[in-house]
Write a protein that binds this ligand. Sequence first.
Ligand SMILES: Cc1cc2nc3c(=O)[nH]c(=O)nc-3n(C[C@H](O)[C@H](O)[C@H](O)COP(=O)(O)O)c2cc1C
Length: 206
Amino acid sequence: MNVLLINGSPHKFGCTYTALEEVAGRLNAHGIETTIFHIGNKPINGCIACYKCYESGQCIFGDDPVNECIELAKKADGIIVGSPVYYSGPNGYLCALLDRMFFMKEHNYNYKPAAAIVSCRRGGASASFDRLNKYFTISNMPIVSSQYWNAVHGNSPEEVKQDLEGMQIMRTLGNNMAWLLKCIDASKDLVPYPEKEERIGTNFIR
Ligand SMILES: Cc1cc2nc3c(=O)[nH]c(=O)nc-3n(C[C@H](O)[C@H](O)[C@H](O)COP(=O)(O)O)c2cc1C
């Protein structure tokens, strides 16, 4: 089993990474492989609503990390998205990546356990956390929780490590995700995935 952890900060080894690494450490301790995918610090196009991904399963923009991230997410058993807090929201480049990653009509993230984590200096953690969870709750993904809302506080990795409660929240999240992944794996021959109705889309038009 493996979990994809998306580092949505421009800093490869910053605060968000420090939190993700703590989660990954617990997953690894339970025998689960992890990949930390850094979105980088180059521009990431927003979705242009061309709907081409509906046909091809790929985004038409091939010059940024989105398609690579989609391929990793399809192969992963669980997905964790981490972001720094920018003005009480996630990093805009990360939102651009996630918009395009989740807009795929036939994406394969259904029933993969997911979680968001955020890193802030002082405020806006809950709002950013809520925003990231929206991607999962529209995608049939079970959300893994922890003992508190998943946030660490600090302006540098050293400060984040001093946030003892935040780091414990990350470890609990890793343990909880490992537990759920093992439950799903153990029951795969016993409990079928839920039946899905054909999707109804009404657009609020009679
Ligand atoms: C443009 C920008 C906006 C920010 N807005 C907030 C904010 O609203 N609340 C907050 O607590 N920290 C804010 N910060 C600080 C970062 O969220 C914080 O330092 C974070 O831990 C950095 O994570 P990183 O090292 O992974 O990039 C902001 C930083 C930047 C660059």
